[in-house]
Ligand binder design. Structure first.
Ligand code: SAM
Ligand code: SF4
Ligand code: SF4
Length: 361
């Protein structure tokens, strides 16, 4: 259990300027990415993320007043830029449900690193509202989108997402995003054995030769509500084998340290795919991601049970330097590597974990 972190006001911290210095954790991982979940609500009920039996009409979703405001989110992000932040991803719940998200994107797009570089801003969405919003998101300063799509066949898709929305709407969102310059669009497919693994090859077939990058995600044991079972995981190696039986693939080196997907390209030049093997081949050693919940709790791992409340500090008299110190200390004691330890069989999979729909992917 980590030590609680308190803001202590030292005479030397009275000014609010945050000294620029990259924060490192116990495993020497720098703080590079911030994933900001801006709502815990969603118009889908994906069975692996928000099972309807749990997230029903009586579920206590956060009220508007509990959410961090755009100003609060931007303040946190600005402080993090002094600690090494280079990339922000907006997520949820469904981030496009948050009213005026374009305003937030504009505010975040104005941030700069200590060297004067812009921060890369991306978004993960189920794309149901993407066709109508793609242009305004791009105009606000968004650079890229990742779209979740688990099947090409309507029936399968509706079963996975537990919704009545058709695949055509998601595909239209993808095309629009591409058209306005939010590219390359990455498409994430979570594979759950027996539910949608028959869609692996059709999905590969559909996205081959288009300019989008399809990535397959191993079904993960996030949260405590989806009843995860190892038997339902189709490993990256198996996915690769199934696609390569139709379309030969070869590995490509990663774009940068910490890239979560292993990349493969079709040998006939029809593009590439990615495999996110969080279960079979964890990548905690390069995990530089800090996560912020909609109500202002930091999580140091997707599988974290403990959140670190920053909202209280944002709504107190604490200045930026003090909040930076809080974040630095929290990151400095980070030693989490859940997936690696799960692989070694030394974590409690049933222990308390934050829900994916609350903290984002
Ligand atoms: N609603 C948006 C969406 O679906 O793209 C953003 C939030 S969603 C929680 C982010 C990503 O997490 C999605 O790509 C989703 O497929 C993935 N995800 C959710 N639960 C998962 C699980 N149990 N295993 C693997 N990926 C999961
Ligand atoms: Fe909603 Fe995304 Fe979770 Fe599906 S994966 S229920 S779209 S938050
Ligand atoms: Fe990062 Fe935690 Fe995932 Fe490991 S399990 S890669 S530490 S989020």
């Amino acid at each position: 259990m980590s030590k609680p972190i308190r803001i202590v006001r030292h005479a030397s911290q009275q000014g609010s300027a945050v000294p620029a210095q990259v924060a490192h954790d116990q495993l020497q991982r720098p703080l590079r990415d911030l994933r900001i979940s801006i709502t815990d609500k969603c118009n889908f009920r994906c069975t692996y993320c928000m099972p309807r039996e749990v997230f029903g009409p009586d579920y206590p979703f956060l009220s508007h007043g509990e959410l961090l405001s755009f100003e609060e989110i931007t303040r946190v992000a600005a402080i993090c830029t002094q600690l090494g932040l280079r990339k922000i991803r907006l997520t949820g719940g469904e981030p496009l449900l948050r009213k005026d998200i374009e305003v937030l994107i504009e505010m975040l797009a104005a941030l700069r690193t200590p060297q004067g570089e812009p921060i890369e801003i991306a978004l993960t969405t189920n794309a149901t509202l993407l066709k109508q919003k793609a242009q305004s998101l791009k105009d606000a300063g968004l650079e890229r989108v990742t779209v979740s799509l688990d099947a090409l066949e309507d029936q399968r898709f509706q079963h996975m997402s537990d919704s009545k929305i058709g695949v055509a709407r998601v595909l239209a969102g993808i095309e629009k995003a591409h058209e306005v310059g939010l590219r390359p669009v990455k498409v994430n497919m979570v594979v759950r054995k027996g539910l949608n693994d028959d869609q692996i090859v059709p999905m590969a077939e559909y996205f081959r030769g288009r300019d989008h990058i399809l990535r397959f995600i191993e079904y993960m044991d996030v949260g405590n509500t989806n009843g995860w079972n190892m038997k339902e995981v189709v490993t990256g190696a198996e996915i690769l084998e199934r696609i390569a039986a139709h379309y030969p693939l070869e590995p490509v080196s990663s774009n940068y340290r910490g890239e979560v997907a292993s990349r493969y390209r079709y040998t006939d030049g029809q593009g590439e795919i990615g495999l996110i093997t969080s279960v079979s081949q964890p990548f905690c050693g390069d995990c530089t991601r800090l996560r912020l919940s909609p109500e202002g709790k930091f999580f140091l791992c997707l599988f974290g049970g403990q959140g670190y409340d920053v909202r209280t500090h944002l709504r107190s008299a604490a200045n930026d330097a003090e909040i930076a110190q809080f974040i630095r200390q929290m990151w400095g004691q980070r030693d989490v590597r859940y997936s690696e330890l799960r692989g070694q069989g030394i974590v409690d999979e049933q222990g308390p974990k934050v829900e994916m729909s609350y903290i984002g992917g």
